[in-house]
Design a protein around this ligand. Structure first.
Ligand code: SAM
Length: 294
């Protein structure tokens, strides 16, 4: 019960002076059941489904797009998002460095209709290689238009997503709404991983600075709050929230990850994420999508 209270709260301790910018994002409604690793992909799919119900379009970037567990396709975010109906997302940019998983992505692309809801073709680009360089290159092409609602999943295992990649995504749009981010911060094994990582350059790039040692002495929620604060302070996202992902159903076991959700749609996005969280946990039982927007 204690955990539930912690993660529905919007009151986080600010590590930086944030008084100078907007803090008017609404609190999210209470969550009844916490989400666990098996449905984290469904959380992303549900949220995007709800969001594009409003925008009717969108681009999806997945920086670590291959399936985490090849024999569990129901847990694979890219698959769930691409299969989600109605097909309103129009552009997909999928990055993966493992050659076998790139093949899976290509198979997935072939298995689905390349047409969007209401007509028009759907574009799916698959990039084989390191997404930290790939995303920078993609953004430099300017193919993501300023008015296109754009979402980026950063579902790293631990230290794969470099801070410079987050920065490039966050600062890409010079006007309008920034690219919305779903950043996965490892938790259960982070202390061990920090201690075991002998190549400190990996940590410097992941954290974007040299003072990552400060994370070692922190508890889970404190650490997540540091990331929330950095996303707000450095990139000026209007809403940044941490969503814990538990090991087992009903909040059992460890917090495996925090999903840090950064968005400029501060009035609607936290509420949609809250609804998506419930839908992912309850598998959509009793939820009527249309009624959300009446
Ligand atoms: C945690 S898994 C992603 C899970 C996936 N989002 C899902 O829903 O199942 C991380 C993936 O990123 C890939 N990967 C790791 N480092 C990468 C990098 N620098 N660039 C691109 N892909 C990378 C791994 O091969 C692995 O498939």
């Amino acid at each position: 019960m204690k955990r539930k209270k912690q993660f529905v709260s919007d009151k986080q301790e600010w590590l930086f002076d944030v008084s100078s910018f907007e803090l008017s994002e609404p609190p999210v409604s209470p969550i009844h059941k916490p989400i666990w690793t098996e449905n984290k992909a469904r959380l992303i799919e549900r949220y995007l489904n709800l969001f594009v119900f409003i925008t009717k379009h969108g681009s999806y970037i997945d920086a670590f797009a291959g399936p985490q567990e090849v024999d569990k396709p129901e847990m694979w975010s890219a698959k769930l998002v691409m299969e989600s109906e109605p097909r309103r997302l129009r552009h997909f940019y999928l990055f993966e460095k493992d050659k076998e998983k790139v093949k899976r992505l290509r198979e997935l692309k072939r298995s689905l209709p390349q047409i969007c809801q209401g007509g028009g073709s759907r574009e799916v680009r698959i990039y084989s290689g390191d997404s930290n360089t790939g995303i920078q290159e993609l953004l430099q092409t300017g193919c993501i238009k300023p008015k296109e609602a754009t979402f980026c999943l950063l579902d790293q295992r631990t230290f794969e997503c470099q801070w410079a990649t987050i920065e490039a995504l966050a600062k890409y749009k010079s006007s309008g709404y920034k690219i919305e981010l779903f950043y996965f911060l490892a938790n259960a094994w982070l202390d061990r991983a920090l201690a075991a990582q002998k190549d400190t350059e990996v940590l410097d790039k992941w954290w974007g600075r040299g003072d990552w040692k400060l994370l070692r002495s922190m508890n889970a929620y404190g650490r997540a709050a540091v990331f929330v604060d950095r996303f707000k302070e450095e990139f000026r996202y209007k809403s940044v929230k941490q969503w814990p992902i538990f090991e087992k159903a009903n909040g059992g076991g460890n917090i495996m990850y925090f999903m840090i959700h950064a968005t400029d749609h501060y009035k609607i996005a936290p509420d949609l994420m809250s609804r998506a969280y419930e839908q992912a946990v309850f598998r959509g039982k009793g939820y009527d999508q249309i009624s959300l927007f009446e």
